[in-house]
Design a binder for this molecule. Sequence first.
Ligand code: PLZ
Length: 450
Amino acid sequence: MTDLDTALPQRRHLVTEIPGPRSRELHSRRTAAVASGVGSTLPVYVERAGGGVIVDVDGNSLIDLGSGIAVVNVGNSNPLVVDRVSEQVDRFTHTCFMVTPYEGYVAVCEELARLTPGDHAKKSALFNSGAEAVENAVKIARQATGRQAVVVFDHAYHGRTNLTMALTAKNMPYKHGFGPFAPEIYRVPMSYPYRDQPELTGAQAAARALALIESQVGAGNVAAVLIEPIQGEGGFVVPAEGFLPAISQWCREAGAVFIADEIQTGFCRTGDWFACDAEGVVPDLVTTAKGIAGGLPLAAVTGRAELMDAVHTGGLGGTYGGNPVACAAALASIETMREQDLVGAARAIGDTMLPRLRALQERTPSIGEVRGRGAMIAVELVRPGTTEPDAELAGRIARACHAEGVVVLTAGTFGNVLRFLPPLVIDQELLTEALDVVEAAFATHADSPV
Ligand code: PLZ
C-alpha cells in the first residue's frame, strides 16, 4: 500500500529452519557475551528489515507482526527516515540541547503540541526512552500540584527503571528481586471487560477505582493518575467505554494531573493519532516514545503549558534527550504518517484482522476474547469453557508462528495473550498471509470445538 522504495521483497520466504545455522552461531556468541537477564522473543539475528518483513542472517524473510514492540509504525528503515537521518548525521550528531540547542528539537515539540489531544496551549520536553518520559511526567505532576501520590492500575506497564518498576504491576519478570520500590504509588483495579465479573460498564469500573482512591489515598493527596488508554504489556486491555472519560473528569475535579501513557498506543497505532482520541479524552500530560521516531530512541512528555512550566529551569533534561538524529527521524516519521494516512492504514489493518480472528474464535474454544483497535490487536487464550488463562497455549501458538516465519509477540499479566502490532505500512497480502499462518497454528495446536 505504500511506495516502499526498498529492494527488500515483501514476502515470507524460509530457506532454513528457524532459527537457522548462522543465527544459532550468533546466539552462542551472544550467550557468552550478553547478560542472560536480557531476553529475546525469537532469536533470529537480523540482517535487514523494511515494510512488513525482517530478513535474518540465514536469508529467511519473516513477516513482522511486532514492529519491534510498536516502534516501526512507518516501517523499518523507512526511506524518508533514512534520508533525514543521514542528512542530520552528516551535519552534526550531538551538541546536547541543554548546551547549544537546535531546530529539530523545537520542531518535534511543535508537532507534539499540534498532534496530541486537546487544543489548549501545550509544551513538551524530550527524553530517550519511554520509562524516562514516564518518570519525568511524574516529576512534573508532583512539582505542579505539590502532592506526592501517584495512582496506577492493575496490569499496568510503565517501564523498568526504579520509579517505573513501582508503577508497573507485574512482578515476574519486571520487579522480582529488584526492590525496594519507590513509595507513594497506589494501585487500583482497571476496567477489564473480559475479566470483570459481573461485567462492569465503564462508569461502574471507574466508580470502583475512584472509591478506592478516595478511601485509601484521599483525593487531595493525588498528584497524578497514570494510565495506558489501552494497556500494552498487560495484554491489550481495552477499558469499557466511559471508563477513561470518568477517570479524567475525576482528576479535573480533584486537582490531580491525568497522565495518559501513550507510549505503545500513540502515533496512529490504534487507528487514531492517539488512543485517547477515540473517546475525546484530553489528558493533562501525555507520554510518548516508540512510534514517534521510526526506530530511533526518542520519548516525550507533552502537556498543558502551565503544568510543564511549573518546573524550575534545569529541573528537566539529560545528555541525550531529544538527540538531533532522533528528532530528524521523528519529523520524518510524523510527515510519513500524515502523508500516507497511517491513521487510515491502522484502521484498515484492524478491519482485516478483527473479522478473521473473530471467525477463528467461533471455531476455537480456547480463544476467550479477540480485542483491540486499529493495528493493536490481541487474542486472549483460556482453557475451553472457562476464563482460566492458558499461557502454555499462547507460547505454543507463538512458537508455531515463529517456525513458519511470522513474528508474533505474547503479553498479559497471565502470559496468555497473543498480540499483533504490524507495521502500519504492511502490504495487505502479507498481512493476509500472516493471518493464514496464525490460523494454521491454531488448527494444529488448539483444541478443536467440543
Ligand atoms: N509505557 C505503555 O509499552 C514499553 C517494553 C518491553 P521504554 N513497552 C515495551 C520490555 O520488556 O521492556 C513501554 C510501554 C508503555 C512505558 C514503556 C517503557 O518504554 O522505551 O521501554 O522505556
